[in-house]
Design a protein around this ligand. Structure first.
Ligand SMILES: *Cc1c(COP(=O)(O)O)cnc(C)c1O
Length: 452
């Protein structure tokens, strides 16, 4: 085992071992309980022990990356469906879960204002969902360039490489969103077929100015793909008039050609559950294939005929479907989780902004908050030290390294500070759990003390 094999802590480790033991007899549908299996029980004990070397993603003190366990209803639904292990590639593989997938995809499309009729399916991740959107864009215009902002997810340029498509990056503005003037200038030069906009960037949670980007795409005949892998579910707040959540940006999703959302982030689902949506159902033709050994059951469209992946867990669709029955896509349903996360983000941001020892890198648009050290001669080194101090005190945060020139354009005082000339490091927190609301101020206190 590694030298940090008790990250999880005793309390959670004990619970985990107890849950693992309780689950084993439930793991088959062929009897009321599985027959005793000492080797399996011992192996599960070993698993629980190995999992001690895992951060407590379930705990409010974990506020580092976009990680949290699924809600219990999603977990239980996933496990229930797993007793049959349906495969949502084809209707033969899981008629019930394929039907559930179609229903939840419609619900997600409604939430994201994708006009009807539309086409979409779940995927194993946001990366694969974005790959599918870029694949369709390439089929429509094989020689066209794809652009995304400097803060777009790194996989866009990677997947353009996989697809053999040219990719260019558009600079960011002072909020970490796509710079509109730079986009306009690039579109005027010609050759751009697809613009990838992001609502909820991974690093900062920034929202690209979607209404104006949609205008520019329209003027220049470019396709618009919107990556809302992280931020998509905040549509529930935007539509509910949540102060500070940019409702116009979410409304403009209606003008996108394709949209991606990750239910395994703010949709409270286990990995892997992503989703891609297309405004024009006719793009389904690009997926056409002639498989001699699937699709026996009906003339109805099989999910495998409109997705790049073959086998996919029907349990993912079952988990999302069941979750959305218990927590519908409304402000009072799943929206409650989002508003708690947003309040947590605002509280933490307020606490940081109110203290001389720290500054907000940018004002948070969602629930991701980044703080710079203001008093240290080397703010980057101070953030690295703060990360260690916080970890020693049981607070799990993340660091974020950003372009120094960009950060200095927002925070001119950085020009007088030392350290790495190209980059500066900030403390980054993702407050995506409901439980974060209760600890946001305490976390803020800990961060400013550690940075100062
Ligand atoms: C997380 C994320 C992705 C990648 O999604 P995975 O599900 O991790 O593959 C893409 N874009 C954005 C904006 C994200 O936040």
């Amino acid at each position: 085992m590694s030298d940090h094999d008790d990250l999880l802590g005793d309390v959670f480790a004990e619970r985990l071992a107890a849950r693992a033991a309780a689950l084993l007899p439930l793991g088959t549908l062929n009897a009321d309980a599985a027959p005793e299996d000492p080797a399996a029980a011992e192996a599960l004990g070993d698993l629980a022990a190995r999992l001690r070397d895992t951060y407590p993603y379930n705990d409010a003190h974990y506020a580092g990356q976009m990680l949290k366990p699924p809600v219990p209803v999603a977990w239980a639904a996933y496990a229930t469906a797993m007793l049959l292990n349906p495969n949502n590639h084809a209707l033969d593989g899981g008629p019930a879960t394929a039907a559930m997938e179609k229903e939840v995809v419609e619900q997600l499309a409604d939430m994201l204002h994708v006009p009807s009729p539309r086409l979409g399916h779940l995927t194993s991740s946001g990366t694969i969902a974005n790959l599918e959107a870029l694949f369709v864009a390439r089929e429509l215009n094989p020689d066209g360039i794809v652009v995304s902002s400097a803060q777009a997810h790194y996989t866009h340029s990677r997947m353009c490489g996989v697809l053999g498509v040219e990719h260019e990056s558009i600079p960011q503005d002072a909020r970490g969103a796509m710079d509109l003037d730079a986009l306009r200038a690039r579109l005027e030069r010609g050759g751009v077929a697809t613009v990838v906009a992001t609502l909820g960037t991974t690093a900062l949670g920034a929202l690209d100015p979607l209404p104006k980007i949609a205008d520019l795409c329209e003027q220049h005949g470019a396709r618009l793909h919107v990556d809302t892998a992280y931020g998509g579910f905040f549509a529930l707040l935007a539509d509910g008039g949540e102060p500070g959540v940019d409702a116009d940006a979410y409304a403009a999703l209606a003008r996108a050609d394709s949209v991606v959302i990750d239910p395994h982030k703010h949709g409270l689902q286990p990995y892997g559950c992503g989703c891609v949506l297309f405004a024009d159902p006719a793009v389904g033709r690009f997926y056409a294939h002639e498989s001699p050994y699937t699709y026996f059951t009906s003339s109805e469209l099989h999910l495998g005929e409109i997705s790049l992946e073959c086998s996919r867990a029907g349990a993912s669709a079952a988990a999302l479907w069941t979750t959305l029955r218990a927590l519908p896509l409304t402000r009072d349903g799943l929206g409650q989780h989002l508003s708690a996360a947003r309040r947590a983000g605002l509280r933490l941001a307020e606490r940081i902004a109110a203290d001389d020892r720290a500054a907000l890198l940018v004002d948070p648009s969602l629930d991701i908050v980044c703080a710079l050290a203001t008093t240290a001669d080397d703010p980057g080194a101070a953030a690295e030290r703060a990360f260690d101090t916080l970890a020693a005190d049981g607070w799990h945060v993340a660091t974020l390294r950003v372009d120094r020139a960009w950060a200095t354009s927002i925070h001119p005082w950085l020009a007088d500070r030392g350290g790495d000339v190209d980059h500066v490091t900030a403390i980054r927190c993702c407050l995506l759990k409901r439980e974060h609301e209760a600890i946001a101020e305490e976390l803020g206190d800990a961060i400013v003390a550690a940075l100062g």
